[in-house]
Design a binder for this molecule. Structure first.
Ligand code: ADE
Length: 266
């Protein structure tokens, strides 16, 4: 997968040299190109922003600079000027929510272009202009406001990168993730333990030492349900009742977590 990232702070992306993503780059699974937006600003001050039309606080990123930057990145892309085009991602707190499902979808793309806004954002005509040529998504990583899109891009690149073939040592790790599609959908993962069996008086739950795979699986599911109800009640409320067995329903009742009465009848 090729990744192009345009930002006024390329230094933010130094972490992409380390760990899983760094190794994926060394192996050639990920081909990352980070660009300085100011390289496409032509005045002596390398200006990339201006005051907003309509007034108000803050500054807006100029469309001409972004247009030249994106045109150049696209033209220098892997498939040549007439070849494939990247999917463009613009991080912004007003975008569609980033999720494991979107990460999976992006992991299937051959080429992603991230356009990092700062200040009050990028002039909206930039997204309008490229929407006629590329798939453009404005994406938010959560309901809080960062100083710019750089950290959001790091988050997305890590979430997408670890899903690429061969990036995780153990392919099952991604399958077992919280939020991964499959049987544990709508449940977050429960607690995990390693050796020693007793640490500062805290014992590892005996079932995990029992070697009984069925009991271990049941315990893990119970713990996932408990944690989901405690930490993510809105996820628990969205559990498809058809995915719950008798034991699950009993546990939810013990936790005083009420499913809709008609669902309990199923
Ligand atoms: N830029 C600033 N805040 C952001 C957020 N929450 N998600 C994505 N990009 C952002």
């Amino acid at each position: 997968m090729r990744l192009d990232i345009v930002s006024i702070f390329p230094e933010y992306f130094a972490p992409l040299d380390v760990s899983l993503i760094g190794k994926a780059r060394e192996r050639g699974t990920l081909d990352v190109h980070v660009h300085q937006l100011r390289d496409w600003a032509h005045d002596v001050h390398k200006t990339v922003d201006d005051t907003p039309y309509g007034g108000g606080p803050g500054m807006v990123m100029k469309p001409e600079v972004w247009g030249e930057a994106i045109d150049t990145v696209i033209a220098a892309g892997p498939q040549g000027p007439d070849g494939g085009l990247p999917r463009m991602i613009v991080p912004t707190p007003s975008g569609r929510p980033f999720s494991q499902e979107l990460a999976q979808e992006l992991a299937g793309e051959p080429w992603l272009l991230f356009a990092c806004g700062r200040y009050e954002g990028i002039d909206s005509r930039v997204m309008a202009e490229y929407s006629s040529r590329l798939r453009v998504d404005e994406v938010s990583i959560g309901d809080y406001v960062l100083a710019g899109g750089e950290v959001a891009v790091l988050v997305m690149v890590e979430a997408v990168g670890r899903l690429l073939p061969g990036v995780l040592g153990n392919a099952q790790s991604a399958v077992d993730d919280s939020f991964a599609p499959g049987s544990m959908q709508n449940l977050v993962e429960g607690p995990v333990y390693t050796k020693p069996p007793v640490w500062r008086g805290h014992e590892v739950p005996a079932v995990l030492l029992s070697g009984h795979h069925g009991n271990v699986a049941r315990w893990r599911r119970d713990e996932a349900i408990r944690r989901t109800v405690r930490n993510r009640p809105e996820l628990a409320a969205a559990i498809d009742p058809a995915t719950l067995d008798k034991h699950d329903r009993k546990l939810l009742e013990e936790l005083s977590f009420r499913l809709q009465p008609e669902d309990m009848a199923n």
